[in-house]
Write a protein that binds this ligand. Sequence first.
Ligand SMILES: [Zn+2]
Ligand SMILES: [Zn+2]
Length: 261
Amino acid sequence: MTLRFSVLASGSTGNAFYIESEKEKLLVDAGLSGKQMDKLFQEVNVAPEELSGILVTHEHSDHIKGLGIVARKYNLPIYANEKTWKAMEGSIGKLSLDQKFIFNMEEVKTFGDIDVESFGVSHDAAEPMFYTFRNNGKKVALVTDLGYVSERIKKTIESADAYIFEANHDVGMLRMGHYPWSVKRRILGDSGHVSNEDCGLALTDVIDNNTKRIYLAHLSKDNNMKDLARMSVNQVLQERGITVDLHDTDPGVPTVMYEVG
Ligand SMILES: [Zn+2]
Ligand SMILES: [Zn+2]
């Protein structure tokens, strides 16, 4: 076994991502209530007390809502950069000192047999970052809240076996929708979220023959639909002669555990 993962939940109502190897079990974000997190763990047969830790991407509530609760209940360490720690201090409740760890931006940390690399993204939080996971020559890249896909990000996530990549909105739906203009501008801007089309374009630059599977993540419930996201991303890829397996994620149903082969 190399890496296995499940997108436990994805979208503005809450995000959580689980990944494991032969020896290690890691959680990224815990953006749903403690009760909902327990239900998700159960659905994918994960014993949360066996987790080696929770990695945090940024302090928005859809990523940390259940963080303190899960960490306290199962006595788990939390890893985040200093600015994120500061920004989320008031919202995650009390933790003991031995649960607080620093994971800096652009750092590689080794958890058992998984090498985790963090990288910064432009998104309107204190110091948002996402991760790649490496084990036995396999690589998984997680990036679900970003405004602009820089060359630097592309370099870090290139040639992964699997991606969990943001396809937040359809630009047409967003423009025509009922959101106030200020909100639309935020989402469309460089520090908001990535559209279906931009997701496809970014993937075009980073995927290669190693890439087997892509999960489209953090879909807006008002400005996107699963079919539309898959179709739009697929179209961008096909126009460039790329065929790859696209999968949905869901706000409330975990994806079937996938082993990177
Ligand atoms: Zn966010
Ligand atoms: Zn988010």
